[in-house]
Design a protein. Structure first.
Length: 394
């Protein structure tokens, strides 16, 4: 029992550590030495980049093909069947979900997530396609069947728990399906030494100015996080990305960014229900039971303009918790969601291959059956209606 208690305590401390810095980098962090590159900015310089950053761009949502997804350069495209060569990572892989690194071509090494019972395989595709269709920024996740050359029988274990032991010898050509490949957004990362990404409470410190994110857009993004139950919201799941071609370097090597995006990088813990340990991923029963609004806010006071608070408990690693949503933010997201047709919503869950998850439910007649795409569409539309019918204070 003592050993179990110690193990639980150790896990708790480790997870709590992941959540440190959830309000941004320490204000008194020491200024980096040498030229200020975009990955070596001071806290104040990084704050200025965030003040000018955007989170949304206008997009013709109703015209988009959610099965095809975002257009990519030819060198970044991924076909329905991908062949690559296993690449042993330079450092141990993080997290608890199956993944490995694989080289598609020289200079093109990608991260592959895989496994029928790995909820992130389905959630990342559905959530990233939804953000793209609504005009927000996320890394592109591409579903594919991966043939891995010179691959260990358990590539995740080889690159994570067994990383420090001898390189794997059980190598063969192996197939992984379902699987997804991640493509980063183009541009350069912005960071201060020792702190990458951004924390959700930092959005409240942004003072909108010409060309930057508006308060309605920022609140809409927070409400969208509630809608998809984005629970693993630690800072390194988000990224400040300087837009391609908008960085400048002076004669002394100091680098500046004239236009940046606030991007969500990892959306694996979504379409479930926010939990302390982020264990609910792409599960319809959990997502169906998760609320949009806290019981004392808009949901319980239909027709009255009171403060709306999103129902998103903070996980041990999260930085977003029960965000207050303005009426402007609610209306902004409601309008964007309303642009999605029934076919597009269906395509969202079809392209994620969610029926391969094998989740079961009990129907109205008491019979057990597999969860279908139609079930996901039904819950999506109900939650969309909860946002559309609410009324929030200013």
């Amino acid at each position: 029992m003592i050993r179990v208690a110690i193990a639980v305590f150790t896990v708790g401390v480790a997870l709590s550590g992941c959540a440190s810095g959830r309000f941004g980098p320490p204000p008194d962090a020491a200024a980096p030495t040498g030229p200020r590159t975009l990955k070596k900015l001071t806290v104040e310089e990084r704050r200025e980049v965030m003040q000018r950053a955007r989170v949304w761009q206008s997009i013709n949502t109703s015209s988009l093909d959610l099965v095809k997804g975002p257009a990519l350069p030819a060198s970044q495209r991924v076909e329905a069947h991908t062949t690559c060569t296993y690449a042993h990572p330079d450092e141990p892989l993080s997290g608890n979900t199956p993944k490995f690194e694989c080289a598609i071509a020289k200079g093109d090494k990608v991260k592959v997530k895989y496994g029928e019972q790995n909820g992130e395989v389905y959630a990342e595709v559905a959530a990233s396609r939804l953000l793209w269709a609504l005009g927000f920024k996320a890394d592109v996740m591409l579903p594919t069947r991966v043939t891995c050359i010179n691959c260990p029988v358990d590539p995740f274990a080889a690159g994570a728990t067994n990383w420090r032991s001898k390189p794997p010898t059980d190598l063969a050509t192996r197939v992984f399906e379902p699987a997804v490949i991640e493509r980063d957004r183009p541009g350069k990362k912005v960071a201060v030494p020792g702190y990458e990404g951004w924390a959700w409470p930092e959005l409240d410190q942004i003072r909108p100015r010409g060309g930057s994110a508006t308060r309605a857009q920022l609140d809409a993004l927070k409400l969208l996080a509630v809608f998809i139950q984005h629970s693993d919201s630690k800072p390194d799941q988000q990224e400040i990305v300087c837009e391609e071609g908008r960085n400048r370097k002076d004669a002394t090597g100091n680098e500046t960014c004239r236009s940046a995006w606030l991007v969500i990088k990892d959306l694996g813990a979504t379409f479930g229900k926010a939990t302390r340990l982020n264990r609910s991923k792409m599960l319809l029963a959990d997502w169906d039971s998760a609320g949009i609004w806290k019981p004392t806010s808009a949901k319980a006071t239909a027709g009255k303009a009171l403060q709306c608070v999103g129902d998103l408990p903070r996980s041990l690693t999260g930085s977003l918790e029960d965000p207050a949503i303005s009426e402007a933010g609610r209306r902004f997201l409601a309008r964007r969601l309303a642009m999605l047709s029934d076919r597009q919503i269906r395509d969202l869950f079809t392209v994620s291959q969610i029926e391969r998850r094998g989740e079961e439910m009990t129907d109205a007649n008491g019979r057990k059956r597999r969860v279908t795409v139609n079930d996901w569409v039904r819950v999506f539309k109900r939650k969309r209606s909860e946002i559309a019918s609410a009324r929030c204070g200013a």
